[in-house]
Design a protein around this ligand. Structure first.
Ligand code: ZN
Length: 318
């Protein structure tokens, strides 16, 4: 298993090494250009996906709320206590705010994420190649999921558990998700987080989607084992002189550092597709601890080529 990345003596050495690698495997743009097509079937499947996504998001939000109930109620208890007693414990309130923001952030992010996974799944079935369509329906689904989480789901759960009757946990929770002005502010911010999650997740899902327009098929993805930057450079050199087997050999035999992820996309019908080499380095710098930020990071697309079935063959995982 490739896990480790290289370690550098200092920042200057890291920068020099990075620049040397990037000169040999410079950043490139994707060879794949999506057609942007949004067939009628995609519209129907996106509508189905956003409906189911709203339900999935509401369930995910409820699940994460259950997991983070302690953090949220701690915050609300501190705040209610401060209001009632008139004594403000600044330290406790700051800790409570951090815990609550983290917990509420997780809840609403989970809502947007689950909704978008659902939309992206059905969007793919509908053969959509349109990222704006996916963004639009994901955000709609995330908003609907937030509304569904906030009202039908939460109020039902609350009344079933009788949560407002439970003194120390229930009251604060009912207050934070209830009808107070504060609860409304949280809901509005939550909508923002869920919509942000939708756009972020949808972008990633669409990025991994390549489509063969000739065959009207979504391409299959073959993720090859991670490789070192040396392997990337050797592969780029080989491809530039049309040595496809040589490039595949370079990726297979180089040091298996976790510095780049080669991916092969292939149409299941005609066999043509793409090879992409995405670099993501995270080098440790000696003498620093991880927490002190002593890391050198960089990301770029070092290679992207359209390949015929015959050219892809040597890269297939075996
Ligand atoms: Zn094809």
């Amino acid at each position: 298993m490739a896990k480790a990345q290289r370690e550098c003596i200092n920042e200057t050495q890291a920068k020099a090494e990075f620049e040397s690698f990037q000169a040999k495997a410079p950043p490139t743009t994707s060879a794949y250009v999506p057609s942007g097509r949004f067939p009628f079937g995609a519209l129907l499947w996106n509508i189905v996906g956003s409906g189911l996504g709203a339900a999935a998001g509401a369930v995910a939000g409820t699940a994460v709320m259950g997991l983070t109930l302690g953090a949220v109620s701690l915050f609300a208890m501190l705040l209610i206590g401060a209001f009632e007693s008139g004594i403000i414990h600044i330290g406790g309130i700051i800790m409570g705010v951090i815990a609550a923001v983290a917990a509420l952030g997780c809840i609403y992010f989970a809502i947007g994420w689950a909704a978008t996974e659902c939309v992206a799944y059905f969007s793919r079935i509908g053969k959509s190649r349109n990222i704006k369509g996916l963004f639009l329906f994901s955000v709609i689904s995330a908003v609907a999921a937030t509304v569904a989480f906030r009202w039908p789901v939460l109020s039902r759960v609350f009344s079933y558990v009788g949560i407002a009757e439970i003194d120390h946990v229930g009251k604060p929770i009912a207050w934070i998700f209830g009808g107070s002005v504060f609860a409304w502010v949280i809901t509005v911010l939550g909508l923002g987080v869920a919509a942000f999650a939708a756009v972020a997740v949808a972008g990633g899902r669409q990025e991994n989607l390549k489509f063969c327009e000739d065959c009207d098929r979504t391409m299959a993805i073959d993720k090859l084992p991670s490789v070192s930057l040396d392997g990337v450079v050797r592969a780029v050199v080989a491809v530039n002189s049309q040595q496809w087997a040589g490039a595949a050999e370079a990726l297979r035999t180089c040091t298996q550092l976790n510095e780049a992820k080669p991916k092969v996309y292939q149409c299941p019908r005609c066999g043509s597709g793409y090879l992409e080499l995405a670099v993501n380095i995270n080098w440790a710098i000696r003498g620093y601890k991880q927490t002190e930020g002593g890391n050198f990071t960089a990301q770029w697309l070092a290679g992207s080529w359209a390949l015929t079935g015959g050219q892809i063959e040597p890269f297939r995982r075996r």
